[in-house]
Design a binder for this molecule. Structure first.
Ligand SMILES: C[S@@+](CC[C@H](N)C(=O)[O-])C[C@H]1O[C@@H](n2cnc3c(N)ncnc32)[C@H](O)[C@@H]1O
Length: 286
């Protein structure tokens, strides 16, 4: 999930409703904010966050929609680089905190409390230059609908850039065989092909919060199939890795040097014809 500095364990496969999915984020909003702002979330500040920022590149003057923005950390990163940002999250609590931050910094980010599956009802087609998401897409029910909506909202030449937990990490049986600070045993991946939503329980370091939210595990091919079906073509993929210096300095990063925790994707809407679709379907059935 977002930060491997937090601990999580799988409870087993379950069908989750959108209401359940939203509730976990509502209840944890204050502690989530503390986790982010006190920098206990090392992975965001030092690993996947900088990688996502590098992948979006120059954003000055761009109109950006940040989906699943939470308390607005990534929206502010974009705005501080000159983007005109709209942040969207379905948790009223997360949005309230994001707005508090915005008032304090006297910024101009617009925040919207809504379900990301409904974005096309809110904005006309071709409204944004860039759609982003920082560690939220693996938490979203009906992501196929969110992605096709994002495609429609992009202007010609627009991009979708986002970070998610790596499939090697979200696989239901994935865990360190031994874990002590500064020394990890081998990383075991099991259940890799068991795609679907899982209840994940994890504690936020620096807070007493134990939170329970559903997370969708997809295989690497599963992600690509989703893009294909949403008519998105992947233009870049990045597996961020800490430097040796970071691994020495930050507790838990030694593991992140050996095992990919995160994936960053850059994708663009395509006009894939039927031939390409048939090719994918054939390769899947073999
Ligand atoms: C792991 S948090 C990440 C938040 C933020 N991007 C960050 O970097 O801290 C996932 C966020 O996605 C939001 N979310 C999940 N599903 C959503 C949906 N369908 N529509 C809007 N927001 C959603 C949750 O409320 C939560 O704030």
């Amino acid at each position: 999930m977002v930060a491997r500095s937090a601990h999580w364990r799988n409870l087993g496969r379950s069908r989750t409703s959108s209401r359940q999915a939203r509730r976990g984020w509502e209840e944890a909003a204050r502690d989530w904010n503390r986790f982010v702002e006190t920098r206990e979330d090392h992975h965001r500040w030092e690993l996947h966050g900088p990688a996502l920022i590098r992948t979006v590149g120059q954003v000055k003057g761009l109109r950006v929609l940040d989906l699943g923005c939470g308390q607005g950390w990534f929206s502010r990163e974009l705005a501080s680089r000159g983007a005109r940002v709209t942040g969207l999250d379905w948790s009223a609590q997360q949005i309230a905190i994001a707005k508090e931050h915005e008032r304090k910094r006297r910024g101009k980010i617009e925040y919207v409390c809504a379900d990301a599956v409904r974005i096309t009802q809110r904005w006309p087609s071709r409204s944004f230059d860039l759609v982003t998401s920082c560690m939220s897409f693996m938490d979203m029910p009906r992501l196929d609908k969110v992605l096709s909506g994002a495609c429609r909202l992009l202007k010609p030449g627009g991009r979708l850039v986002f970070s998610v937990s790596h499939p090697m990490n979200t696989a239901p049986g994935a865990h360190w065989l031994r874990k002590r600070i500064g020394h990890h045993g081998p990383w075991l991946v099991d259940g890799y092909f068991e795609e679907g939503p899982y209840d994940v329980v994890w504690s936020l370091r620096g807070t007493s919060r134990v939170m329970r939210v559903p997370q969708w595990h997809r295989t690497f091919a599963g992600w690509f199939e989703l893009f294909h079906n949403s008519r998105l073509g992947v233009t870049r993929v990045w597996e961020p890795r800490p430097t040796t210096l970071q691994a020495r300095r930050i507790a838990g990063f030694e593991g992140a040097r050996r095992v990919p925790y995160y994936l960053i994707f850059e994708a663009k809407p395509t006009t894939l014809g039927r031939a390409a679709r048939v090719a994918v379907e054939r390769s899947r059935s073999e």
